[in-house]
Write a protein that binds this ligand. Sequence first.
Ligand code: ADP
Ligand code: MG
Length: 348
Amino acid sequence: MDQPSKNQATPLSKIGEFKLINHLTEKVDIKHKSTIKGIGDDAAIIKGGKEELVVTTDMLCEGIHFDLLYTPIKHLGYKAVVVNLSDIYAMNARPEQITVSIAVSNKISVEFLEELYEGIQMACDNYQVDLIGGDTTSSNSGLIISVTAIGRALKEDIVYRSTAAANELICVSGDLGGAYMGLQLLEREKSIYESSKGVQPDLSGYDYILERQLKPEARFDIIHTLKKKGILPTSMIDVSDGLSSDLLHLCEASNLGCSLYEEKIPIDTTTVSISEDFKIGQTTAALNGGEDYELLFTVKLDDHEKITQIPEITIIGHMNGKGEGKNLITTTGSVIEITASGWDSIED
Ligand code: ADP
Ligand code: MG
């Protein structure tokens, strides 16, 4: 096939991840009735038997998504699985199988890969999923781990990004911005370590945000609690790119606007104090950070009472008609349009 000539070449940096995916896939057509949902949600949905199949894939690359200088390898294996399971839960489905593909350079030892697989196995045990296959190849640009997760759900239980309605409540589980501040801390300690040889990093007191970055969990407990309380979210996404980006995905898929209240955004005290140290606003960390792997979803107004009884869930705003805009209402009462964050890049 002919390569485009040089003067036609558009740099990737000009387009951003989401526009790139849309651009590359705009001509994709669905040939099978069994493809219920293709590109555009946290996972694809395929016609199954009694239950539908739910499929998602995510890749982690050395130097882009992780730095082996400060990433415990066992945690990396765990995280590579968890980020995929999070996308299955975001469809309100139950993960059951994974495949794992790795590309490894010859500087990596068997013992190192054994540890990676200990982490993978630990995630499989904690989340009750089976490792059923994968692929192994070599790499000359560092370690690459690609995981595919397969889940199941009854058709009527599946929750998409595109089905929210105006006035519904916007909810989020847990707290936000911690994983991003954990990354900032690790990067700071890495540069101190590199510039003053031998100075050991001091990470004491920061366990929570380090764990949020290095060993995240997927919120199957939230899926379980919602089910027990009889609440079916009207739309859902997991927070992997940052609250602003992921809320915009819900709005755009559902063709709606939203009002998000800054004062309601749940942020842990460690995240608040370290964001002050780094002079990064705590709201900025929550909005533009990423990798929190919390669930962001909408519920009907009728479910308000039930939702308020779940301590791990916070109501942070409500959906609006499309014409009313996608707005952040700040603690001082100003109204700011929500825009996709700096994480809207090819590195995601
Ligand atoms: P998530 O953050 O939930 O993993 P992504 O933002 O990575 O979702 O992807 C959004 C949608 O685009 C998903 O449906 C995903 O399968 C699809 N997608 C991402 N990259 C590609 C690609 N290179 N080719 C086809 N589809 C893609
Ligand atoms: Mg997702």
